[in-house]
Design a protein around this ligand. Structure first.
Ligand code: DGY
Length: 326
């Protein structure tokens, strides 16, 4: 029997590829860059399975180009790049990689939080410049963390992990929920409080974003939100860039409307809003939230297991449209 043909749009850790190779013919994009769209559509025309990234649009055009496709596995937990209703309409399963990157992404949010509050990048630059005159009582004074209020926007898996990690710092935790449902773990373990969005903006010293990108969350943080935040507050984003209106953020950072921001994701990746990189009160990371050895290896294994299940006509573990199996 012919082995199914699978395309992987970018080099991913070997663990997942090894698993795929046991049952399929696997072609991996050899370049360390996204495949141009026209080339991608050409390559997938005789593929039964594809593993792709958040940088690829998985839409009607993609599905039309791959008439033999049995399923698509996203190498990411976020899936705003996939037209899930379109896949469902065609009876095609699609999956993502939740859970395995939860701690890595929450740790990245904490890295940003501490780095921006304690001005780590600015201070590091001075040390490298050779211009440090020695200890000074007024140098690089930053924001306090312990005892400050942490606001979590989107208390799903990653938001919950971020909040739980605050325990050692004795931070009161506020959170919002798009469903309006209480997060029992946060309420019982941390005495966290579910509050209206406006209250979270006004009372938090650190706001960390963990909401998916949807039409309702696009530009959730714009001029109006920044005006409500404390002038001493910091904004952390490891979710999706377009949740923040980057132009409005630039103004808020420039005018001191908020104290600082730590960003791992951007509105128009890989482009940065001009002016952002010149500011000292923002820390900029290149979308590395899930970038740890174990998270990336586990993502590759989960994506491979999901795709292999789809190729065999079975429901993948973390299916985004399980209703197609009803
Ligand atoms: C995701 O998984 O959605 C991240 O943005 C990339 O790991």
């Amino acid at each position: 029997m012919n082995r199914p043909k699978v395309y992987v749009t970018r080099q991913i850790p070997e663990q997942g590829l090894d698993l795929l190779r046991q049952k399929a013919e696997v072609l991996v994009n050899p370049e360390d860059a996204p495949v141009p769209r026209a080339q991608l559509l050409d390559i997938i025309r005789d593929c039964q399975g594809v593993i792709g990234l958040l940088t690829e649009r998985i839409d009607a055009e993609f599905f039309d180009a791959a008439p033999e496709l049995k399923g698509y596995a996203n190498y990411a937990v976020g899936f705003d790049n996939i037209d899930v209703p379109e896949a469902t309409r065609r009876g095609l399963p699609v999956s993502n990689t939740p859970d395995v990157l939860t701690n890595a992404t929450a740790e990245c949010a904490w890295t940003l939080l501490f780095s921006v509050a304690r001005r780590v990048v600015e201070a590091d630059k001075v040390m490298r410049s050779g211009d440090w005159p020695g200890w000074g009582p007024m140098q690089f004074i930053g924001g306090d963390v312990s005892g400050k209020t942490l606001g979590i926007v989107g208390a799903g898996r990653i938001g919950t992990a971020m909040a739980r990690m605050s325990r050692g710092f004795g931070m009161p935790v506020l959170y919002t929920s798009s469903s309006g449902r209480k997060n029992e773990v946060l309420e019982s373990e941390l005495n966290a409080r579910l509050v209206p969005f406006e209250e979270l903006l006004e009372q938090s010293d650190f706001i960390s974003l963990h909401t998916p990108l949807t039409p309702g969350t696009r530009h959730l943080f714009g001029a109006e939100a920044f005006a409500r935040m404390k002038r001493t507050a910091y904004l952390i984003n490891t979710a999706r860039g377009p949740v923040i209106d980057e132009q409005a953020l630039l103004q808020a950072l420039k005018t001191g409307e908020i104290a600082g921001a730590g960003l791992d994701v951007y509105e128009n990746e890989p482009a940065l809003t001009p002016g952002l990189a010149e500011l000292d009160n923002v820390i900029l990371l290149p979308h590395i939230g899930s970038g740890t050895e174990s998270a990336r290896a586990d993502m590759s294994v989960l994506a491979a297991r999901n795709l292999l299940a789809m190729l065999e006509g079975e429901k993948p573990e973390t299916c985004l449209n399980p209703e197609i199996y009803d």
